[in-house]
Design a protein around this ligand. Structure first.
Ligand SMILES: NC(=O)c1ccc[n+]([C@@H]2O[C@H](COP(=O)([O-])OP(=O)(O)OC[C@H]3O[C@@H](n4cnc5c(N)ncnc54)[C@H](O)[C@@H]3O)[C@@H](O)[C@H]2O)c1
Length: 373
């Protein structure tokens, strides 16, 4: 017997028996196709199994049986896919990877006036993107603009923007939309570090760290995500840090800001998926120390295991991850292993490993960038 609910749906949708159920997606629906060829197999093979498909076959299935079927089939599906996804990176590694074309995309980089912000801008310039450069440092930003033109950029727009200030972000964002257009690749890169023990960190600097390193990401996303969502096309890149995956002695506010930046970016990525906006991509970048000056004085205990990254190398790896639409990039590679095993180690073993890697003394000789007078 057809269930009352299903018959009601069929009546209200005017469907007839040649199409099994008004709610089914149509001939692409797996149970429908199976039914056409092996009527009796449908119940066994349906995958996944919402109750509507059983209703559509005029078979009364009690709610308990349906639940059990759903549990069994969904569990089977997860097991099969788990095996596939475990080996997928290997298949992808063997196959030549596809890279997206960013020519003509409008790329906004915050903190573009120096360091990896500038180097990413030069890479995007070579790839034919339209550049929108934001920095609080006008001189550095103008220099990036000049270099980007030298590297072949056709359209480069530089703006002074204090990313720690919500009103300033919204004001400059409105100016960009009017003068350049909708940003399609947003790179949240601007960052600062206090570099002091937490107790010695002045409150305004702690607040500033949170404002630049994470809150700015909220405001830039508020400003630029809606257009990406409307066209289901875009990319949000978060330059976080390996210090956003593990606490570091002497970097309390910085770590807190980077943990928050990662949590925010991951949540935005999930929100896009849940809303069906799978054309809006996310890349979260977690590098170890990069030799840009930001962490001058910091040293690696075992450079052969944890090398300090060269800025050019880091920028190229980030651009590559963006072009491959990679969700996470952790550098150097050895850190994938460290973070992979971290959660299964006992606390004492974790501390032993941290001590071995020099994690308790990373910041001992921190100078940071020496400011010009
Ligand atoms: N250098 C490293 O070792 C390292 C390691 C991991 C992650 N990171 C992250 O990478 C990003 C870039 O770092 P970098 O090494 O190129 O540093 P950097 O100091 O060379 O560049 C940071 C840029 O951000 C700009 N900026 C600072 N405050 C701003 C504000 N309020 N508004 C707008 N712009 C502002 C600065 O003027 C500068 O141009 C940062 O987010 C940093 O936390 C750096």
């Amino acid at each position: 017997m057809r269930s009352a609910a299903c018959s009601q749906r069929l009546r209200s949708n005017g469907s007839d028996d040649s199409f099994p159920c008004a709610l089914c997606p149509g001939p692409s629906c797996l149970p429908y196709r199976l039914r056409r060829h092996r009527h009796t197999a449908t119940l066994r093979l349906h995958f996944p199994a919402p109750a509507r498909h059983f209703q559509s076959l005029n078979v009364d299935v009690g709610p308990q049986t349906t639940l059990e079927m759903n549990f069994f089939l969904e569990t089977l599906k997860v097991l099969v896919l788990s095996i596939y996804y475990t080996f997928e990176p290997l298949f992808l590694w063997l196959l030549p990877s596809r890279r997206k074309n960013v020519a003509g995309e409008i790329v906004l980089i915050t903190g573009a006036g120096s360091g990896i912000g500038r180097l990413m801008a030069l890479e995007f310039a070579r790839l034919g993107a339209t550049l929108v450069l934001w920095d609080i440092n006008q001189e550095g930003n103008k220099e990036t603009r000049r270099l980007a033109k030298e590297h072949g950029a056709q359209r480069v727009h530089d703006y002074i923007c204090d990313c720690s200030n919500r009103q300033d972000v919204y004001k400059v964002a409105a100016q960009v939309k009017k003068e350049v257009g909708d940003v399609t690749i947003l790179v949240n890169n601007a960052g600062i570090v206090t570099g002091k023990k937490f107790i010695d960190s002045p409150d305004p600097l702690v607040e500033k760290t949170m404002q630049v390193n994470v809150m700015a990401h909220f405001w830039t996303c508020k400003a630029f995500l809606p257009a990406m969502m409307a066209s289901n096309h875009g990319h949000v890149v978060s330059i976080a840090s390996s210090a956003g995956l593990i606490g570091v002695n002497g970097l309390a506010d910085y770590c807190a800001s980077k943990f928050a930046a990662i949590g925010f970016a991951e949540s935005i990525a999930l929100e896009m998926l849940a809303l069906g906006k799978n054309g809006v991509k996310t890349t979260i970048v977690c590098p170890y120390f990069i030799n840009t000056g930001m962490f001058d004085g910091c040293a690696s205990k075992w450079p052969q295991l944890l090398p300090i990254l060269e800025p050019d190398y880091a920028a190229k790896k980030i651009i590559d991850a963006i072009l491959k639409e990679q969700t996470y990039l952790i550098m150097p590679r050895s850190l994938y292993f460290v973070f992979g095993i971290r959660n299964i180690l006992s606390v004492k073993l974790g501390l032993l490993l941290g001590d071995y890697l020099g994690a308790f003394h990373f910041m001992d000789r921190f100078r940071g960038r020496v400011k010009k007078d």
